[in-house]
Design a protein around this ligand. Structure first.
Ligand SMILES: [Zn+2]
Length: 272
């Protein structure tokens, strides 16, 4: 006969033993949950971007810094044509760096050849440097061979300076035909908001025109060869931000809006 104490103790042990399978199950579930949380913490960055994607395809410092900022925002793309100009483009680059805004420069091959360091700086500071052809000819008014030659010379010159061929083309005046489309070998990026900065040469007019026409996914056309345009840019950036817009590079907006760009196709904007 057991003493009441021993009986009670044995009974307690057998009760615990009877519950072991459940305790083991709880333990397994708990360890599993901790492991899953740990795994999530390890594979998802603070921005929600899986780290393995960042490791596989490292993005520029700017792209990574702005990912958080761009989510669920109205977006615009700033584009500057006809440069680079030693007189105006470096000041614009200073402003864009100060405001942390990416832009796309559609440069002319013959301007780039004279100012290679400026487009190298633009690329190094996270901007897209793309082709606006070699000599700004109206490609639909010249022979097919002349158009192809102009397009290819620009690619060679710009690619030679930057070490990689331009990924986007903007035909002068936005004019293209079948020959141009089949020769560019890149997507053609046109615009949806024309600031007419070349015409007004007026800071207020540039900002008013841009704000009157802007929309989510807009591609804004300006020219970095005018002092008035460069003067307008900081105020335009502030005004757009006050209106809830953020600034995306072409690469960023295309990714965020799940667009598969096709070589030879023309794009006028990236509405959601
Ligand atoms: Zn132009």
């Amino acid at each position: 006969m057991s003493t009441p104490d021993r009986s009670s103790s044995r009974s307690a042990i057998s009760r615990i033993n009877a519950r072991w399978p459940w305790l083991k199950l709880y333990l397994v579930l708990f360890v599993g949950l901790v492991a899953i949380l740990d795994l999530l913490d390890l594979t998802i960055s603070k921005t929600g971007e899986p780290l393995n994607r960042i490791r596989v395809a490292p993005m520029s410092r700017h792209v990574r810094a702005t990912e958080r900022v761009l989510a669920n925002k109205k977006l615009v793309v700033l584009t500057f044509d006809d440069g680079p100009s030693a007189a105006t483009t470096p000041r614009l680059l200073d402003i864009l760096r100060e405001k942390d805004v990416p832009a796309t420069f559609f440069v002319l091959g013959n301007m780039a050849r004279n100012n290679p360091d400026i487009i190298k700086r633009a690329k190094n500071e996270g901007h897209e440097v793309a082709s606006h052809t070699m000599y700004h000819q109206n490609l639909i008014r010249i022979s097919a061979n002349a158009a192809k030659s102009d397009i290819n010379e620009a690619k060679t010159v710009i690619g030679g300076i930057l070490g990689s061929a331009p990924r986007f083309t903007r035909p002068p005046y936005g004019n293209y035909n079948g020959v141009v489309a089949s020769s560019v070998g890149t997507p053609m990026i046109l615009w949806s908001v024309d600031t007419l900065d070349w015409k007004s040469r007026n800071v207020d007019a540039v900002i008013e025109t841009a704000m009157a026409e802007v929309h989510d996914g807009a591609i804004i056309l300006m020219h970095d060869v005018y002092d008035t345009t460069v003067d307008a840019v900081p105020r335009l950036i502030d005004t757009l931000r006050q209106a809830g817009y953020e600034f995306a590079s072409l690469e960023e907006i295309v990714k965020l809006r799940n667009i598969n760009l096709v070589n030879g196709e023309a794009y006028y904007g990236f509405r959601p």
